[in-house]
Design a binder for this molecule. Structure first.
Ligand code: NAD
Ligand code: AKB
Length: 323
């Protein structure tokens, strides 16, 4: 076992079984000790990947149960990841709004009452909309999201800032771009093509992409996203000038550029394009992000560009996850 366990923080991750949660829990346990990090999710059973520490079946919409659990066992840090992502949210707007907002209020209020030391709540590039400048989208700009998911993330950002300013709640947030990883499957987003493509490249050597070839979107390799999250969470409070959510950039590419990068490793790989309803979501999002505020406030610096990310994904992807 590695990591410095001197402090033994009590940490809770809600939505732990998802694409980000799985890797975040493992890294938090590596740093803080397995028993200090409780993984919680609405799923009945703890997945094998998270079986090295405590697991709690928790529906974040069951406010009283969440309150009782957290009040009973105060946490230094809570990471609230449970949400419906962009594509799934468009299919179920009511649930998306409830899940994405009510869980946040429950956790913000518990922090306001002193039961939680620090909160991490992720926002998304989905807070931007068709009227936002598409290239090098600034930290502060026009934000008129047109998706249920984007509207919920924008509202969440405003509430986070409000709870910080009004009640001193230490809540920190990042506007993640599309995240790319191989440990667990993505959960219903518009950027999921950039993960799916690797499974199909490995299994069938071909892929039909649900976005057009020239759709540029901001993306990031998961280990960069986890590191950014933990760097933000450990930054001194007075270095954090943004209490809504930080822009964060890793790389950006189009499906055609990703295909070309895969073909450098797998020359016979072929892709075709059959855009579906997710195209109209992607069309409203930025192509690239200006994250200079995160860089100057807490020293953000990505480690993965497209080529390095593609190599790691092709080496590690496990097609068994698809079955
Ligand atoms: P995911 O869909 O993979 O995981 C979400 C997890 O939440 C799932 O394990 C699900 O079972 C759990 N969950 C759903 N309803 C729940 C409930 N009622 N109570 C408790 N748990 C519940 O999502 P993810 O990709 O890991 O994203 C996590 C967070 O990061 C979300 O807020 C998402 O909006 C944000 N985000 C993700 C990305 C990305 O590319 N993955 C990008 C931007 C923002
Ligand atoms: C999605 O596509 O919905 C997510 C996101 C960028 O928030 N990956």
């Amino acid at each position: 076992m590695s990591g410095n366990h001197a402090e033994m923080k009590r940490v809770l991750v809600i939505g732990a079984c998802g694409q980000i949660g799985t890797e975040l829990v493992l890294e938090l346990r590596r740093r803080n000790g397995n028993n200090s990090v409780v993984a919680a999710d609405v799923k009945d059973h703890c997945p094998e990947a998270l079986s090295n520490g405590p697991y709690r079946c928790m529906d974040v919409l069951d406010r009283e149960a969440v309150r009782a659990f957290i009040q009973n066992d105060s946490f230094d840090e809570v990471y609230l990841l449970a949400a419906l992502l962009s594509a799934t949210a468009e299919k179920n707007p009511d649930l998306a709004w409830r899940l994405n907002m009510e869980g946040l209020f429950t956790i913000l209020n518990l922090a306001k009452e002193g039961h939680i030391g620090k909160i991490f709540w992720p926002s998304s590039i989905a807070v931007f909309g068709p009227s936002t400048p598409k290239t090098n989208t600034p930290q502060q700009t026009i934000m008129e999201p047109t998706t249920v998911y984007g509207i919920s993330k924008q509202a969440g950002e405003r509430w986070c800032e409000y709870y910080f300013q009004k009640y001193g709640v230490d809540v920190r947030s990042i506007r993640y771009p599309g995240l790319i990883s191989y440990t667990s499957l993505p959960g219903g987003g518009t950027t999921d093509y950039a993960v799916d493509i690797f499974y199909h490249a490995k299994r069938e050597n071909r892929y039909t992409c649900f976005l057009k070839a020239d759709t540029r979107l901001p993306m990031m390799y998961m280990s960069d996203a986890i590191r950014a999250t933990l760097e933000l969470m450990s930054a001194p409070s007075d270095s954090i000038s943004v209490r809504s959510s930080y822009n964060l950039s890793g790389c950006d590419f189009t499906p055609a550029e990703l295909v070309a990068a895969i073909q450098k490793n797998q020359p016979d790989f072929e892709a075709t394009y059959a855009p579906d309803f997710r195209q109209s979501i992607a069309d409203t999002w930025p192509g690239s992000i200006d994250d200079s505020v995160a860089r100057s406030d807490w020293g953000w610096q990505e480690a993965y560009g497209v080529e390095k990310m593609v190599k790691v994904m092709l080496e590690n992807i496990n097609v068994q996850l698809l079955t």
